[in-house]
Design a protein around this ligand. Structure first.
Ligand SMILES: NC(=O)c1ccc[n+]([C@@H]2O[C@H](COP(=O)([O-])OP(=O)(O)OC[C@H]3O[C@@H](n4cnc5c(N)ncnc54)[C@H](O)[C@@H]3O)[C@@H](O)[C@H]2O)c1
Length: 377
């Protein structure tokens, strides 16, 4: 086994040099959205210009940190500003559909945190609105943009593991603290969207279009105590259109995880190698061609960038990485991912998992794709 703790090419964190052309960003929802505001010093092609929240306290706290921005409790005021090019949405899951549709109607491009939406009507509505407005959207799938997952993807694209044959992902997190701060999580959404959006997006990213889903669900004692309406434990098996298999696991009422596991993990099993990416210990482990194991541990090297100098913390680095990806794509006319259609497809995957767990029967994706306006030929 070899350990790499000094990662070649990593420099100490420095704020990004502003690019000659930058997109102005208006953020709505200032809990996770505050992280994006503060992370924009890592982004070259975008800058914060406005922020919106219903809470006076959240507005006052953000104003203290970034006094030069425009602050409002009225989303329409943010949408009316000509200096806002990208609207970044971090409101509760069940509001994303409406906030996206209104941003498109105002002529803005949209960055929306995961999950993109949490209902079939909202999926259909934002797809139609985005197409009609001819505006761009990117889903803030933070896990894709965390260092070990970026490294794993780079190696996958270089063919380091041969042909991918099986993908195995999970997101597991004890969530009593989340219900206490955000009671909407228990009753206005479902963990299949709120939590499984991470592993299910990873499966779709690696396996391509998914054909069918078989899922089981259960409610934990912790979930029942907080009045969770749906399930907070899910096991999901997927079959891709090309026949390959994937598996996702979510548990949001557990006690705690032993340190051997991370809350988000993705294992890729290829014909010539295997790899594991971990959030949040920032480890990337993979087999080398000689059969030995390589452990790349960048937690201490990169904690300033990803966690704002704490050892673990909020999502500064991932949010900055995906905003830079989106803003530079808009400016340079290059592709970005996951975009509107891919995001809606991942929504259909989440919805299929929810329906399968509820009914106990496998669910095919095609009818859902057709219902939202994404039917495959
Ligand atoms: N890894 C990630 O990318 C990640 C992590 C956590 C949460 N999220 C997502 O971010 C979103 C927000 O989660 P959170 O933990 O910040 O929730 P939260 O409840 O802590 O914060 C939501 C904020 O939105 C504000 N708000 C609500 N309705 C509003 C409206 N109509 N106009 C303006 N402001 C409004 C609230 O006042 C609150 O400050 C959710 O969709 C969640 O799934 C993503």
């Amino acid at each position: 086994m070899s350990f790499i703790t000094h990662i070649p090419g990593i420099q100490p964190f420095q704020p990004a040099e502003p690019a000659p052309v930058q997109k102005g960003v208006g953020v709505v929802g200032l809990h996770e959205g505050r992280t994006l505001l503060l992370a924009m010093n890592r982004v070259a092609h975008a800058r914060p210009v406005a922020a919106c929240d219903l809470s006076d306290e959240k507005l006052a706290a953000a104003r203290r940190e970034l006094p030069d921005l425009f602050f409002t409790a009225d989303y329409d005021e943010l949408l009316a500003r000509p200096d806002v090019d990208i609207v970044a949405i971090y409101t509760p899951d069940q509001q994303h559909g409406e906030h996206i549709e209104r941003a498109f109607a105002a002529g803005k491009d949209v960055l929306c945190t995961k999950p993109l939406v949490n209902s079939l009507p909202d999926a259909a509505r934002i797809l139609a609105a985005g197409r009609a407005a001819k505006r761009q959207l990117m889903v803030g799938q933070s896990t894709r943009f965390f260092e070990p997952f970026l490294r794993q993807r780079r190696d996958f694209e270089a063919g380091a593991f041969g042909e991918l044959e099986l993908a195995d992902a999970h997101y597991i997190h004890r969530m009593d603290w989340f219900y206490e701060k955000s009671p909407w999580a228990a009753t206005e959404t479902d963990w299949v969207y709120l939590g499984l959006s991470h592993p299910l997006d990873l499966l779709r990213w690696y396996l391509g279009p998914i054909e069918s889903v078989s899922a089981c669900g259960q409610r934990s004692a912790l979930g029942a105590r907080f009045g969770v309406r749906g399930f907070d434990i899910y096991t999901v098996n997927v079959r891709a259109a090309d026949g390959r298999l994937g598996r996702a696991l979510g548990h949001y009422g557990c006690h705690e995880l032993p340190r051997a596991r991370n809350c988000i993990e993705l294992v890729l099993y290829g014909s010539r190698g295997t790899s594991l990416a971990q959030y949040h210990d920032m480890r990337y482990l993979h087999t080398a061609p000689d059969g030995s194991e390589v452990v790349e541990d960048s937690l201490y090297a990169l904690r300033h960038y990803y966690f704002n100098s704490e050892v673990h913390g909020m999502h500064y680095g991932e949010f900055a990485n995906y905003l830079e990806h989106f803003a530079s794509a808009l400016i340079q006319g290059t592709p970005h991912s996951p975009g509107l259609e891919e995001g809606v497809e991942v929504f259909c995957l989440m919805e299929a998992a929810r329906r399968s767990a509820e009914s106990g029967a496998p669910v095919a994706l095609q009818p859902l794709l057709e219902q939202v306006g994404l039917g495959r030929g």
